[in-house]
Write a protein that binds this ligand. Structure first.
Ligand SMILES: [Zn+2]
Length: 72
């Protein structure tokens, strides 16, 4: 499972590509609290989701995208 089969829509703000990465924390307590979470981040403007379980992060990222699509 490396997430290659997961569809990530483009950034809702700048249209840049999104990238998923494991959440990383230097603080051990935070690292433990957010174990098994990922963040989805735009590689262009840097906007990102909070650390979430993979499915939740994907849903948040993609649903936020569709929300901005119905702006007219
Ligand atoms: Zn962006």
């Amino acid at each position: 499972m490396d997430g290659k089969d997961i569809l990530l829509l483009r950034c809702p703000f700048c249209g840049g590509k999104a990238k998923m990465a494991p959440a990383a924390f230097e603080n051990e307590d935070l690292a433990h609290k957010y174990a098994d979470t990922v963040g989805i981040r735009c590689i262009k403007c840097g906007i990102s989701t909070p650390p979430l379980k993979k499915e939740d992060a994907v849903e948040l990222w993609n649903s936020r995208y569709s929300f901005t699509e119905i702006s007219d």
